[in-house]
Design a protein around this ligand. Structure first.
Ligand SMILES: *[C@@H]1O[C@H](CO)[C@@H](O)[C@H](O)[C@H]1NC(C)=O
Length: 348
């Protein structure tokens, strides 16, 4: 009986430790998501909330900066599988402990090891698939549905060998004499076969993703008959765009203007990737090769949705094809008042 009481006391002690450890912020409540929310859902909601709650948009709320910080902290933890697992178990304090000691479990439960993945479980192969996306999609974000035929295990007739392993067999040969041999042993399991099944995966193209970015679907890769399936990864491949070229988060484009516009100035709109217009206005003379920079008109930054790259516009001048009359030549000379000059040089 006494040991029973001790057990109960121990249990309450542990519970108390646990409650103290979890007395941090409720990240699920802050984001307004369910405990079962997927990473995609969390990302989607975070982006929406981050826009609404940004301190720049809430100048009247004195707590805006703090609320925004809470939101960022919640996102940082819940969007990271590893951190989320620890948070679910040990709360915010558990995470802080881990940051201090490197491993939260070792000191928390006195050396108990909770590590989940055992390295010697067999695992199916990872599958990597290229997913071609347009620059428009990378600019604004989009959801893409991919139909995948995934091999799924189904019961089949007969038995199969499973859980095969090597075991040591000791045989007594005589008094004080033993022989040890290695033997390959297997169990018998119900047979299974892999049948392809259609499955729709929703891939979120997030604004600002870069070429080569890998987007994992845990356990959607090749199955393994005795172990865990591998992962399926989509690798973002940015399709070539007819107007814009991307370098990091900056965009580049070329514009051809007429010689007249180059001399007298011009106004124009460039239709951006989401359809908005970028207004370009020049009053001065524009030389061929001149480059104009429009800040914040580049790609959104993937890591920080409030940051954008720049748009660089390079001008090319289209010279008139017509031949000028003597009279016109005189007029141009008079207007431009530029001395006739030829300089031959080597600018190395
Ligand atoms: C702009 O022109 C330059 C020079 O011809 C070229 O290298 C570059 O690829 C062009 N960029 C775009 C976006 O067309």
């Amino acid at each position: 009986m006494a040991s029973y009481v001790n057990m109960v006391l121990l249990f309450f002690n542990l519970l108390l430790m646990f409650l103290v450890a979890t007395a941090g912020r409720d990240f699920y409540k802050i984001l307004g998501v369910d405990k079962s929310a997927t990473i995609n859902e969390i990302k989607k909601i975070y982006r929406k909330k981050a826009k609404e709650m940004h301190p720049d948009k809430n100048p009247d709320n004195p707590n805006a900066a703090e609320l925004f910080q809470d939101l960022s902290a919640a996102y940082k933890v819940l969007s990271d599988q590893e951190k989320r697992k620890i948070y679910d178990r040990l709360g915010e304090e558990g995470l802080e402990q881990r940051d201090m000691s490197g491993d939260p479990f070792s000191n928390f439960f006195g050396g108990f090891n909770f590590k989940e993945q055992t390295p010697d479980i067999a695992r199916g192969g990872d599958v990597i698939m290229d997913l071609e996306v347009s620059l428009e999609e990378l600019y604004s974000g989009n959801f893409v549905e991919v139909i995948r035929y995934k091999p799924v295990a189904k019961p089949a007739k007969g038995k199969r060998k499973c859980n095969c392993r090597t075991e040591m067999i000791t045989t007594q040969l005589g008094p004080g004499r033993f022989q040890m041999t290695q033997q390959h042993v297997c169990d018998e399991c119900p047979n299974i076969k892999f049948v392809p099944e259609e499955k729709i995966l929703e891939v979120e193209i997030e604004a600002g993703m870069r070429d080569g970015h890998e987007y994992p679907f845990i356990a959607e890769g090749e199955p393994h008959i005795d172990g865990e399936p591998g992962d399926l990864k989509f690798r973002i491949k940015q399709a070539k765009h007819p107007i814009f070229e991307r370098r990091d988060d900056d965009l580049y484009t070329n514009v051809t203007i007429s010689l007249t516009d180059a001399l007298i100035g011009f106004e124009m709109d460039i239709i951006h990737l989401d359809g908005h217009k970028v207004h370009v206005k020049r009053e001065k003379i524009t030389r061929p090769g001149a480059r104009m920079r429009k800040n914040n008109e580049g790609m959104p930054n993937y890591e920080n949705i409030h940051k954008r790259g720049a748009l660089y516009i390079t001008f090319d001048v289209d010279f008139p094809k017509k031949t000028l009359s003597d009279e016109e030549k005189e007029m141009i000379k008079k207007i431009l008042e530029q001395e006739s000059k030829q300089q031959v040089y080597n600018d190395l």
